[in-house]
Design a protein around this ligand. Structure first.
Ligand code: MN
Ligand code: MN
Length: 468
């Protein structure tokens, strides 16, 4: 062995997935990514993602756990939580107390939510006030086409599903921004203050009605319109959930189409690959579960977030329907022997902003699925730091299954940071590690991922279900 060969054998070097992928893997990747783009277009809110997941799950032979009396190995079930959170399971041949293999992703994404009293008229225009959801750079949400998705319950209890701005003939909406000619004051502000939260108001109409003794004639026109079209009155906004999201579709990016650009890839890139991998899992030894949760972007709060007892209750229900009982011992043993891949995105190194990453420990696009041992900020605060035993066991599974993987920290030490659902899964007393896809322009209206990484995430979750 030459010195060069010995050095290469002993040292670690990050691999670009294209160096090792076969032609058949590349065509499998392209097929997967075509499906992924359709999933992104069909699911721009957590509710829509759950609906789309159920549709796919039923095509793959999954049944609703609620209507299932008993379970046996090989059974495929799903359980929906309030339309915004879903758990899927494929029952394994091993005793369930030997543990579950869980992959968990979130399907909520940063966006603009309508306030409870959003509608007003100003300067002969009608607008809707918003309160942003999740961490956004506000300036990115102005001057782009926006769509309106949501659910309204009218006074009489009728349900109205809104989805406006996605079809070619639909109108879109917009947050206007100041022209550069008059932006002298705005442009000298700090970027975080250039666009204020209270200025993220959505332009929705400008045509007044002819009306006597009514001063707000454009608002009146809107009220008449939504009443005729949806049976809504203004007060119905107070009880509705309406989300404003980018109106554009997922696209291939680059001459070679090797990237995907789309809204909501944090974390639907992991949501989709998680879903796909449980759908493709046939007869696992350990019971395979996938959970797609809501509210991660605001701290995993609420009854549809990972901090909710929904997961624990669903596991107990599965144990009971499988064995006829669910004792504390059965439940505790099951959870203690379980492991989770918290599938969430990582910040890929951006050639425009290399300085925020420490490149020996950052993730790179096209270098495979990212294993993130810890997240957090300021000395790993708020992180679930995965154990060496668990990380090394996963590394061996990844290697044995030809998965291209890398490690990745979320930015340089003390540059910032973030959290995922991992810490809440860890609190249940199971092994957990973050494992997901590198993203550029994270939390922007048009996030970028590399197709090889999407594919390797899918391969990683498949390997985990099969071999852990
Ligand atoms: Mn995320
Ligand atoms: Mn996020």
């Amino acid at each position: 062995m030459t010195d060069k060969e010995q050095f290469e054998a002993l040292s670690y070097k990050r691999r670009n997935a294209y160096e090792v992928m076969s032609d058949s893997e590349i065509s499998e990747m392209n097929a997967l990514c075509n499906e992924y783009r359709c999933f992104l277009d069909a699911g721009k809110t957590e509710r829509e993602c759950v609906r789309e997941s159920v549709k796919l799950a039923e095509e793959y032979g999954f049944k609703n756990l609620d209507g299932t009396e008993s379970l046996k190995p090989g059974d495929r079930v799903y359980k929906i939580n309030r339309g915004k959170n879903i758990l899927l399971a494929v029952i394994g041949s091993d005793d369930i107390t030997s543990g579950i293999n869980l992959v968990g992703a979130h399907i909520d994404s940063p966006r603009l939510d309508l306030k409870q009293n959003p509608l007003y008229e100003s300067c002969d225009m009608a607008l809707l006030k918003t309160h942003y959801y999740g961490g956004i750079k506000k300036y990115q949400w102005t001057a782009i086409p926006l769509a309106m998705h949501g659910v309204v319950y009218t006074e009489s209890g009728e349900t109205v599903e809104l989805n406006i701005g996605e079809n070619e003939d639909d109108p879109v909406f917009c947050v206007t921004d100041l022209l550069p000619h008059l932006a002298q004051d705005q442009m000298s502000k700090k970027m975080s203050e250039g666009i204020e939260g209270e200025n993220l108001n959505i332009l929705i109409a400008g045509m007044p009605v002819k009306a006597k003794d009514v001063s707000e004639k454009v608002k009146f026109a809107v009220l008449k319109y939504i009443n005729e079209k949806y049976g809504m009155k203004e007060r119905d906004f107070q009880t509705a959930e309406i989300e404003i999201v980018p109106a554009f579709k997922a696209k291939n990016v680059g001459f070679d189409g090797s990237f995907i650009g789309a809204y909501g890839q944090d974390d639907r890139v992991c949501g989709f690959t998680t879903l796909k991998s449980i759908l493709d899992t046939k007869s696992p030894k350990k019971t395979a579960m996938a959970i797609l949760v809501d509210k991660e972007e605001i701290g995993s709060m609420g009854n549809t977030g990972m901090q909710s007892a929904f997961f624990s209750m669903a596991v107990a229900e599965v144990i009971e329907k499988l064995t006829g009982s669910c004792t504390v011992t059965q439940y505790n043993k099951t959870i203690a022997n379980s492991a989770c891949m918290s599938s969430d995105v990582n910040a890929g190194v951006d050639p425009n902003y290399e300085s925020v990453s420490e490149k020996k420990n950052a993730s790179f696009c096209n270098c495979g699925v990212v294993l993130t041992k810890y997240t957090g900020a300021r000395g790993k605060s708020g992180s679930s730091d995965a154990s060496a035993e668990f990380v090394s066991s996963l590394a061996r599974i990844m290697d044995a299954n030809g998965v291209v993987w890398q490690t990745g920290e979320l930015g340089k030490v003390d540059q910032g940071g973030g959290g995922t659902i991992a810490q809440y899964v860890a609190n249940l007393n199971m092994e957990v590690i973050d494992c997901g896809v590198s993203v550029l322009s994270m939390h922007s209206p048009f996030e970028i991922t590399a197709k090889t990484d999407v594919y390797m995430a899918y391969r990683a979750y498949m390997a985990f279900y099969k071999d852990r």
